[in-house]
Design a binder for this molecule. Sequence first.
Ligand SMILES: Cc1cc2nc3c(=O)[nH]c(=O)nc-3n(C[C@H](O)[C@H](O)[C@H](O)COP(=O)(O)OP(=O)(O)OC[C@H]3O[C@@H](n4cnc5c(N)ncnc54)[C@H](O)[C@@H]3O)c2cc1C
Length: 126
Amino acid sequence: MLGAADEAPPTDEEGFRAYARELRNPDFATIIDEGAPSGPIRRTRAIGNRWHRYDRMRRWPARLIALGDSICIFNPVYVQGMTVAALQGALLTRHAERGDLDKLGPAFQRGAATIVGIPWRVSTSV
Ligand SMILES: Cc1cc2nc3c(=O)[nH]c(=O)nc-3n(C[C@H](O)[C@H](O)[C@H](O)COP(=O)(O)OP(=O)(O)OC[C@H]3O[C@@H](n4cnc5c(N)ncnc54)[C@H](O)[C@@H]3O)c2cc1C
């Protein structure tokens, strides 16, 4: 759950559940109430965007792969990180199936950056 301005979901369990019950869609509170916590509730204020341009490096090891958040972290408000990581995973599979692992690294980083492009513009231009 997220808040805006000075409002933030409480990090104690009772307050967190109460906050969920205030949402217009009751399903969130139901799901939270029916589940068991897997750990303490944590709050993050990390809403920055950060893109490492590995695709622009003049030299990159042939068999080194960076993908997902290790390339680009998006403001979680735009809920894009898992989709980008999954698309990059699918791209990696296609590259690996083609076989030549000694050329994989730089080519993959260029393709992975292409996947980042549109979500990056969404996250940084709104
Ligand atoms: C608060 C929040 C809410 C988000 N909500 C959404 C959302 O609604 N939708 C969405 O699409 N995205 C969301 N994201 C983004 C999404 O979680 C990430 O983009 C996605 O998980 C990135 O996947 P990843 O595999 O690159 O990294 P991760 O999911 O972080 O996986 C990296 C894994 O590597 C492990 N690891 C780290 N160091 C080591 C090591 N030295 N040795 C072995 N293992 C190690 C970590 O424990 C972790 O399991 C959210 C992010 C945050 C912070």
